[in-house]
Design a binder for this molecule. Structure first.
Ligand SMILES: O=P(O)(O)OC[C@H]1O[C@H](O[C@H]2O[C@H](CO)[C@@H](O)[C@H](O)[C@H]2O)[C@H](O)[C@@H](O)[C@@H]1O
Ligand SMILES: [Mg+2]
Length: 278
């Protein structure tokens, strides 16, 4: 690995407020349709859960799993997590609960929580490519590798000075493999290299063709650049998008922080039209 890469100038945080985005409003309850007609689609990190220094440290606050389980009942099963994390990781984080989920930025999908059935779209990443990408972690202490099988994430939250060098190193490897069907996905202090054949949006489109999601009006809440593909398809699905922590193009409203999202979800249960339900 070329250590000169570390000498490159720092770049500001990749995720910044989109100045071109229109002014959005906080989210009133009335904007969301009745739960019996809705599909609730939720990003995890930075949306439902507070960001932490490392991926393993995230924590599900008391009450959130209960709220999600009650929303699952009230939507007749039409609540799904839509995450960059693998399904395996999602299940560990929310254990012992299982929720329908689109994982790995659209690479995996599971709908029925009492079933192992998973739609998997992503082939495993080529071993040699993964080995080369993994070597980028040697650029600096603090760079963490996350291997999802079909993709590899390089986390630099603990080594922010290495951001530019990581992206430069990934570019060099990609230049060597111009025909490889891979793409670089920038996230929050993470550079992920994944197969280019799927996105969160393709995962959500497929999810919305399946029962019990089919025919419902989705609302999706997400915080990151990787969520923008889903924001963009919500009008096609007669749905609504909401962002967290920043304004973004195409959203109907925004939340300041994950704690506001959690509070909002709990309030959805106050609807008197559902009063007889758990
Ligand atoms: O699509 P999401 O559900 O938001 O998942 C996005 C990525 O989340 C995780 O990384 C991020 O959260 C970590 C914990 O807060 C944080 O330490 C890291 O800097 C963030 O990038 C997860 O590890 C990734 O696999 C997801 O793609
Ligand atoms: Mg997120």
């Amino acid at each position: 690995m070329n250590e000169d890469l570390l000498e490159m100038p720092l770049e500001e945080d990749i995720i910044r407020e989109d100045d071109a985005a229109p002014e959005t409003v906080p989210v009133p309850r009335s904007l969301v349709p009745h739960l019996s007609e809705s599909a609730i689609l939720l990003d995890i990190d930075g949306t439902l859960l507070d960001l932490m220094p490392t991926p393993r440290e995230v924590w599900v606050p008391p009450g959130l799993a209960k709220t999600m389980n009650r929303l699952l009942v009230r939507t007749n099963g039409a609540l799904a997590l839509v995450s960059g994390r693998s399904l395996n990781d999602i299940d560990l984080i929310f254990a012992p609960d299982l929720f329908p989920a689109v994982g790995g930025h659209g690479a995996e999908m599971r709908i029925e929580t009492d079933s192992e059935a998973v739609a998997a779209h992503a082939p495993p990443m080529d071993k040699e490519l993964k080995r080369r990408l993994a070597a980028i972690a040697k650029l600096s202490p603090g760079i963490l590798l996350e291997d999802k099988g079909y993709s590899l994430a390089l986390h630099y939250r603990l080594a922010p000075h290495a951001e530019k060098a990581i992206y430069a190193a990934v570019s060099l490897i990609r230049a060597d493999l111009p025909n490889a069907p891979i793409e670089v996905l920038p996230g929050k202090c993470v550079c992920e290299i994944k197969h280019s054949g799927f996105t969160k949006a393709s995962g959500v489109r497929e999810l919305m063709t399946r029962e019990p999601f089919k025919g419902r009006r989705p609302f999706f809440i997400g915080d990151d650049v990787t969520d923008e593909s889903v924001f963009a398809i919500m009008p096609d699905l007669d749905g609504l998008a909401f962002s967290v922590g920043r304004r973004a193009k195409g959203v109907a409203g925004h939340f300041d922080a994950p704690s506001d999202v959690r509070e909002f979800l709990a309030h959805l249960l106050d609807d008197e039209r559902d009063a007889s339900l758990p």
